[in-house]
Design a protein around this ligand. Structure first.
Ligand code: SAM
Length: 274
């Protein structure tokens, strides 16, 4: 009989954040696939868990995944863990999980800490809709292009960042997004945990560039659609008409669309074109 694959979240700092279920599963599986075996060994030692470990990091994910799948097909239960938090979230996991699913292996989540969600829930920003981006590129051009592509996103934005890149990233955000409200969740669940809130420019002035950080950025006040409508309304009536005509609409439809964009009565618009 095939074994199962358990995707086990581990703490992001405070070891008390491990769940009972995570401990039970790590104690019961036959093998633990770890991003960094030395790192995971410290965690296992802390909880008196002794299990065979196999290293499994992003660069070797594809090669190692096939071996792990074979073990599961031979009846072994395997847990995958990353260095901290939830596997697969800016961490290895996705490749193995996809392969397991394609082999009809049962994949079981063992939920727990995740830096992105921990920062979001204490950000004080809109938590009902959010977009997780993870790490931005270290290259300024790619980073700016990515930020530009989500500039008009109204959902709350979540980024991961390393301390040596935080200033460059915040400067890119300031340049592309303007001086938005942000929250930096620093060293979450650790002794020096703090949430730094303010405009990007204030945070840049007051940031201690140390430790692990999540950046939460307030979504845009205006959606892409609203901005598009505003730009259309800056056109003259004739330009607005031509804009829709080029898209193949007939006169009746165009008048209806212009009236909707401009929040006016369609008879008023109709009068201008007779
Ligand atoms: N899989 C992990 C998770 O579920 O959160 C994230 C792994 S990713 C390689 C590491 C990044 O997560 C760090 O660079 C930082 O942005 C963020 N992070 C991890 N632990 C953190 C903590 N205790 N406080 C703030 N940010 C943290």
């Amino acid at each position: 009989m095939k074994g199962k694959l358990y995707v086990v979240a581990t703490p992001i700092g405070n070891l008390d954040d491990i769940t009972y279920r995570a401990i039970n599963v790590l104690n019961q599986v036959d093998l633990i696939a770890a991003e960094d075996t030395r790192h995971t060994l410290k965690l296992l030692n802390h909880f008196n868990i002794s299990k065979p470990l196999i290293s499994y990091y992003k660069e070797t994910e594809r090669i190692k995944a096939s071996g792990i799948i074979e073990e599961i097909k031979n009846g072994k239960n395997v847990a995958i863990v990353s260095d901290a938090g939830t596997p697969g979230i800016s961490d290895p996991g996705e490749v193995l999980i996809k392969q397991a699913i394609s082999e009809n292996i049962e994949v079981i989540p063992i939920p727990g800490a995740c830096a992105a969600i921990s920062a979001l829930i204490c950000s004080g920003m809109n938590t009902s809709e959010f977009l997780f981006i993870g790490f931005l590129s270290a290259k300024a051009k790619e980073r700016n292009e990515k930020i530009e592509s989500i500039k008009n996103e109204t959902r709350t934005l979540i980024f991961y960042e390393a301390p040596h890149k935080i200033v460059d990233t915040l400067q890119s955000m300031l340049k592309v997004l303007g001086d938005r409200n942000i929250v930096i969740g620093r060293e979450i669940t650790k002794i020096h945990e703090e949430f730094i809130r303010g405009k990007i420019s204030d945070v840049l002035d007051n940031l201690e560039i140390k430790g692990e950080m999540v950046i939460i950025v307030e979504g845009s006040e205006k959606s892409e659609k609203q901005i598009e409508i505003e730009n259309r309304n800056k056109m003259s009536l004739q330009e607005h008409y031509d804009f829709y005509e080029k898209q193949g609409y007939d006169k009746k439809e165009i008048i209806k669309l212009i009236a909707k964009d401009r929040g006016t009565n369609k008879n008023e618009i109709y009068k201008q074109f007779t």
